[in-house]
Design a protein. Structure first.
Length: 94
């Protein structure tokens, strides 16, 4: 994983949406392993805006070009949700 950016979340009536913008460099299996790991967490995770792009090597890095074959630059947004404390009492008062 190259970067993880916490973005502004949205407040619902009983939850808060927590979006994370994630960039991953590596092969297809690296990306799939990361997504599988996130899906196995003990909380709801939703993936949006999944972009898979092949990485290209410049001529100056020809020696490392063989290592980059099959490499991807993956960008996605993972959203998770957090329950707001006291939300059950607010909904009962309505």
């Amino acid at each position: 994983m190259v970067s993880l950016t916490l973005e502004e979340g949205v407040m619902g009536s009983f939850y808060k949406e927590i979006p994370l913008k994630i960039q991953i460099y590596g092969g297809l299996w690296v990306t799939l392993d990361f997504i599988e790991y996130m899906q196995n967490l003990l909380r709801l995770v939703n993936f949006e805006n999944l972009i898979l792009q092949g990485r290209t090597a410049s001529a100056s890095r020809a020696a490392s070009a063989e290592k980059m074959v099959g490499s991807l630059n993956t960008t996605l947004t993972a959203k998770t949700y957090s329950f707001l404390d006291g939300a059950e009492h607010r909904s009962a008062q309505k």
